[in-house]
Ligand binder design. Sequence first.
Ligand code: DMJ
Length: 481
Amino acid sequence: MLRGVLILLLLVIGGCSHQQGVQSGKLQVLRARPGVTASPALAREVKAEMQRSWQAYRKYAWGDDVLLPLSAQGFNWYESSLGISPYDAYSTLKVMGMDKEADEVRTYALEMDWDKDVYVQVFEVNIRILGGLLAMYDDSQDPAVLAKAVDFADRLLPAFDSPTGMPYHSVNLRTGKTAGNKGEGEGRVVNVAQAATYLFEFGILSYYSRDPKYYQAAKRATMAVFERRSEIGLPGENIDVETGEWVGTRWHHLQAGVDSYYEYLYKSLILFPDAEIQAVWQASISAINQYLADDFEGHRFYTIVDMDSGKILKRSVSLYDAFFPAIQALSGDVQNAAKNQHSWHWMWQKHHLLPTRYHYGEDRVEYANSELNPEIIESAYYLHQLTGDDTYLEMVKTYWRDINACCRNSLAFHAVEDVSSKAPKDYLATYFFAETLKYFYLAFAGQSVFDFNDCVFNTEAHNFRRDHFDAAEAKVRLGLK
Ligand code: DMJ
């Protein structure tokens, strides 16, 4: 109790000295406009592509992490397969009414033995496997699925046993030993997203299992990042989970490596009313608007700045950052969301895809590859639902047409090595099933098929029903003050 009061007090005092607006009160969550335009024919087209791509995964890569769509074989992230794609596909199969395929995935998940001698990246498997299992439970309410989620999360928890509470990079699913990527090195240095993208899944798991330990571990990690913010209220990029020191640069941004830290501050609040996290969100969004927002030659991007001075260091963005208009719009800032989304659309039109990194200050591609990422589609979908403005639906149609033109092959879809040449790359990321096809489908399907207001998505687009979570009950089950 005393600790909670002290933290709140510190947040308020810290917020004032950093000249940030720390507000409390009700969280703003916009609701979708009724009667938003649908495109049922395109929704059917997306579903047909899901059916085709999913059959290719089943035929050529079943049980492996990903499908390599050019060489028609499976590929695994680690020596031992985790079979990730089915976890990412389940919620999309359900949304599209592909129940037979979804049931097959559920059986597969229930038969999985997680007692594997393999080091896994805590961040990556949390959003995909734990997120996928929890969405499966949210949908099915099958206690055996919840038991699998608990088993899996319990194997991740040893990673959080660091002096600061931030998780080590990787953990061995059998032994609980921690390390770096693939078991190499100490795994002490993680980026902000790897340190603190757990509130959402761990909160849901605490709610369903009635054990606060998951949410409390996630919250401790999140607070560890926030408490180490600079004088002007910005965290850095990479941090040592043992010393709590920032490592390498003193840069900050909301881009790849940070992105979902901010996303989960806000999204976890939609389900779980935690006053301390709300204060962190308010302080964070205020600092983002003050320092990261950059209006440059008619475009609005959120850029890379010095965490101590707020000075712009580089006018460069990664395609992952296109998640942000969705969060802005949902949290009520439609004006800035629109500016940002139109800027992403401007960038898309240059190559009919987004490159992984673009230097908008010098109008040039930095990293040319592109991997069928969902973020720009996700934000256009949110904006369409929340404003009813069909401009955003037209954007989604453009993305669908362009992705079909560049990246569809005889089996499924593939990434590209270069957005200019469109040279194909033999890889189909797991999130293509979880996110990319889901957001296309939802944008076209219309509200009679899926009501945006009913759900909240994790960062991997696994959808959860908002009315499954009661605020008063959450206080008890998550151990909130
Ligand atoms: C997804 O795996 C998640 O959305 C993650 O948070 C970052 N982006 C990738 C897809 O681009």
